[in-house]
Design a protein around this ligand. Structure first.
Ligand SMILES: CSC[C@@H](O)[C@@H](O)C(=O)COP(=O)(O)O
Length: 371
């Protein structure tokens, strides 16, 4: 995607052997890039959410392994790096997917060959992410076109999204936002309702910034507005991302997604999930029971930060001193509330059989027949 007219990905390698990232904690107020030079810096970037979004977490972890192997390419160092990175954030399964892939590729190699192979594997993983998201964009675009046709090609197609599942959350394009970028490029009259997404405001800060950079018409709304808009016919479809989707189609995504899915069902609004295949956890069925839900520092909830007219960025407390808080990062939307999954191989029902129809190789691997 382009930032101020210049094409960029969300993660890249530098000629000095470091890894470039956009420090997303400064957006939308400032566009700040950082160079990661060590494993520890990569782990910190994920933990502190300088980089975030399931696919980008995976990509950063892959490069974190490269940075570790620059110092020590032994088998032990590889395992220690993977363990440290794996412990940074629990919900997005892309982290495990990326680290398992690195291990599989590097484990059989002699130490002297590991570093070069690690850089190559991490770069390939990033390119794969971009290709996957472009394909999701194309499939999602069809759904937006269909919504436009259903409206008799009148007015605008209103899409509601939650959190940030755009190019900042991936290597490029994004998942839920990829169809919207393509719709805009095609001249479809698309408009996006952007949930602010408390407590970290990824919608208000990141999605709104991204859409603005690309010229996609959008309106930021408080998290609780979506139901009201749906009751008044102001939402034609919802498209959200996911951090982990189970083999039967239960979807973990940013906290608040479930409530939007409930409101969508009550109002007959289609609720789509943009799902890259590395985000499918084929080992799990029951997402509500089995997906680990991250709980983060309560200060994300008690404090809000923003920029004063003077340009100074300040943080203020909004809860009484001493009131306990609970800061759940994600929730799980049961498959029954999901209209369909938009994958890189096409759109399918949120069921085991739906996913297996697009990924039949998984049927052979697991011996599963699908239900
Ligand atoms: C393509 S990203 C999909 C999800 O990762 C996204 O919707 C989300 O929930 C991100 O959460 P975050 O806590 O900002 O990493």
């Amino acid at each position: 995607m382009k930032v101020h007219g210049k094409a960029t990905r969300s993660i890249w390698t530098e000629p000095d052997g470091s890894v470039g990232i956009i420090d997303q904690t400064h957006l939308p107020h400032a566009f700040v890039t950082l160079r990661l030079t060590t494993l520890e810096e990569a782990a910190h970037a994920i933990r502190a959410m300088q980089v975030r979004g399931a696919p980008l977490i995976g990509a950063t972890a892959a490069y974190g392994v490269c940075l570790a192997l620059r110092v020590d390419a032994s088998q032990g160092a590889l395992e220690r790096a993977c363990a440290l990175l794996q412990a940074t954030r629990p919900t997005a399964v892309n982290l495990k997917w990326a680290l398992d892939g690195m291990r599989r590729a590097l484990h059989p190699l002699p130490p002297a060959e590991r570093l070069a192979a690690a850089w190559a594997h991490a770069a390939a993983l990033c390119d794969e992410d971009v290709a996957i998201n472009q394909a999701i964009g194309r499939h999602g675009l069809t759904l937006i076109r269909e919504a436009w046709e259903r409206k008799g090609r009148e007015g605008r197609v209103n899409v509601l999204t939650h959190c940030n599942a755009g190019w900042l959350a991936t290597v490029d394009w994004g998942t839920a936002l990829a169809p919207l970028y393509l719709a805009r490029d095609e001249g479809l009259p698309v408009h996006v309702w952007v949930d602010e997404t408390r407590p970290r405001n990824q919608g208000a800060s990141l999605t709104a910034w991204e859409l603005g950079q690309h010229g996609v018409p959008h309106t930021v709304i408080a998290d609780n507005v979506g139901g009201h808009l749906m009751q008044h016919g102001e939402v034609d479809l919802c498209i959200v991302g996911t951090d982990r989707t189970t083999a039967r189609g239960d979807v973990a995504n940013k906290i608040g997604t479930y409530l939007k899915a409930l409101a969508a069902r009550d109002n007959g609004v289609p609720f789509y999930v943009a799902l890259p295949s590395p985000t499918i956890d084929w080992t799990l069925e029951d997402g509500v029971r089995d997906i680990p839900i991250e709980q983060r520092d309560g200060r994300e909830l008690t404090d809000v930060s923003g920029r004063l007219a003077s340009g100074e960025v300040v943080t203020v407390r909004v809860t009484p001193e001493g009131s306990p808080v609970a800061n759940y990062g994600f929730d799980v939307t049961p498959a029954r509330l999901v209209t369909a999954l938009i994958t890189e191989r096409g759109v399918c029902p949120a069921t085991s059989e739906g996913l297996l129809s697009l990924f039949p190789e998984r049927r052979e691997l697991t011996g599963r027949t699908g239900t």
